[in-house]
Design a binder for this molecule. Structure first.
Ligand SMILES: NC(=O)c1ccc[n+]([C@@H]2O[C@H](COP(=O)([O-])OP(=O)(O)OC[C@H]3O[C@@H](n4cnc5c(N)ncnc54)[C@H](O)[C@@H]3O)[C@@H](O)[C@H]2O)c1
Length: 409
């Protein structure tokens, strides 16, 4: 069972907490002059790029927020657009398919875009949206390679200069208990942090797509449908999925690692190119070691955890469990209820507020790029079964060739 998707299914059956949304109606009362691209008391018009599992699920949250109107959609596959258009009443002439569909979408009349496509496409689509004057709501990971990380960082800065909002959707960062535990750890409540661990354990994902891929391995559309099994399109499991755990590690330590020593491989997975387990030891400044391990296989243990051990206490965080501090200065914290949905809804609400209030500092971009690069450092070390330093990684650079031949423009 894969935590992201299984949770998604679970969460879909639960009703959203309306109080969350009622709390966001206040920005509509703001002066029209502060509203960029939207008229006061009107909704932010939104284009959805990528109408698969997450795109369709999150479109529902945007709609339930009440401050958005979904007016356009782009997806490589036209058959994904039909049901999306019906569900969200998107006019047929605002549906765009093929690899370049996003270009038509950003050229059209929308205030903002939500990018929920496979990660390889994120930098290009985000850049295009900012260039076209649109606010950007972007799914993690921001990029699969270093070049894309830099481009997203720059797109975030360009957005700020153009008075556009750019938000990356990490759910943990919106949670008050995560925020409190991180703050307390940073001001010394667990003493000097000596070492830590970050783990992401889940079952096999993409089983259905794997079947199609195995049946027709040379078909570029089968590969695109099964992008989560593809190292280039997804960035591999450590970047695409495990970033949730490593993002919390970088957040608590407020640093990037100095080096990583890694290994891993694939023993259970049959289709695609992604690995199914990683083991990486990160060395952070001050010789602080964080042991990371992940698996996307088997059954029986799912968790997204980041735990740091200090001289006076331990901060322990679980995306689907509890967040707490134990030790001399304990913090009871509590259980994460519905973080998968609540965190996304909070980001949607914060994005809305930022747009309406013209808050374009775009402070989620740089930390998201830092943790994205951290996953890439771990991936490079693991692929080489060796040690890679941050400096070496950054000076060498990295640009993936997506090999998109055979796909429709
Ligand atoms: N907890 C989270 O934050 C969370 C959870 C799930 C997924 N995600 C992220 O959301 C993104 C989408 O994941 P998903 O699970 O919805 O995948 P998905 O395969 O279900 O959906 C992706 C959609 O994008 C479409 N697509 C492919 N290439 C495209 C292109 N060039 N332009 C536009 N659309 C294109 C696909 O046809 C598909 O409909 C990923 O970045 C993933 O990491 C985040």
């Amino acid at each position: 069972m894969e935590p992201e998707k299984s949770s998604q299914t679970r969460q879909q059956t639960k009703l959203l907490d309306r109080r969350l949304f009622l709390g966001t109606s206040a920005p509509f009362l703001l002066d029209a002059a502060t509203v960029r691209g939207s008229q006061a008391n009107s909704r932010i018009t939104l284009g959805m790029i990528g109408c698969g599992g997450r795109g369709t699920w999150i479109a529902d949250l945007f709609q339930k927020h009440g401050g958005y109107q979904i007016v356009a959609a782009a997806d490589y596959f036209p058959e994904r657009l039909g049901p999306f258009s019906e569900k969200f009443q998107v006019p047929k002439d605002r549906l765009h398919s093929g690899l370049s569909g996003y270009q038509q979408l950003v050229a059209g009349k929308v205030d903002a875009v939500a990018i929920e496509s496979p990660p390889y496409f994120h930098p290009t689509q985000a850049e295009a949206a900012v260039a076209a004057g649109k606010h950007v709501f972007l799914a993690k990971p921001v990029s699969v390679d270093l070049d894309g990380c830099q481009r997203v960082l720059q797109a975030g800065k360009n957005a700020t200069e153009k008075k556009l909002c750019f938000r990356v959707d990490f759910q943990t960062r919106m949670d008050p208990m995560y925020q409190e535990a991180v703050k307390r750890s940073q001001v010394g409540d667990i003493g000097r942090i000596v070492c830590g661990e970050a783990t992401y354990s889940c079952g096999p994902t993409w089983d259905r797509q794997a079947e199609f891929l195995l049946a027709d391995p040379g078909n570029p559309e089968a590969r695109l449908r099964a992008w989560g099994l593809d190292q280039i399109l997804s960035g591999d499991v450590i970047t695409e999925q495990n970033i949730h755990a490593l993002d919390v590690a970088c957040w608590i330590l407020d640093a990037e690692p100095v080096s990583a020593t890694g290994t891993g491989g694939r023993k259970a997975r049959k289709a695609g190119t992604c690995w199914d387990h990683f083991s990486v030891i990160y060395r952070f400044p001050g010789d602080l070691l964080v042991t990371f391990c992940s698996k996307q296989l088997g059954q029986g243990w799912d968790d997204i955890c980041c735990r740091m051990y200090g001289t006076d206490g331990t901060v322990d965080t679980h995306y689907f469990g509890e967040v707490s501090i134990r030790g001399k200065m304990p913090y009871k914290g509590g259980r994460m209820e519905n973080l998968f949905q609540r965190g996304a809804a909070e980001n949607i609400a914060a994005f809305h507020q930022d747009v309406l209030q013209g808050q374009c500092a775009n402070s989620t971009v740089a930390p998201s790029v830092r943790s994205n690069r951290t996953t890439i450092l771990g991936r490079q070390a693991a692929y080489r079964h060796s040690t890679v330093t941050w400096e070496e990684m950054m000076s060498r650079g990295e640009t993936f060739d997506p090999r998109l031949e055979g796909l429709k423009a």
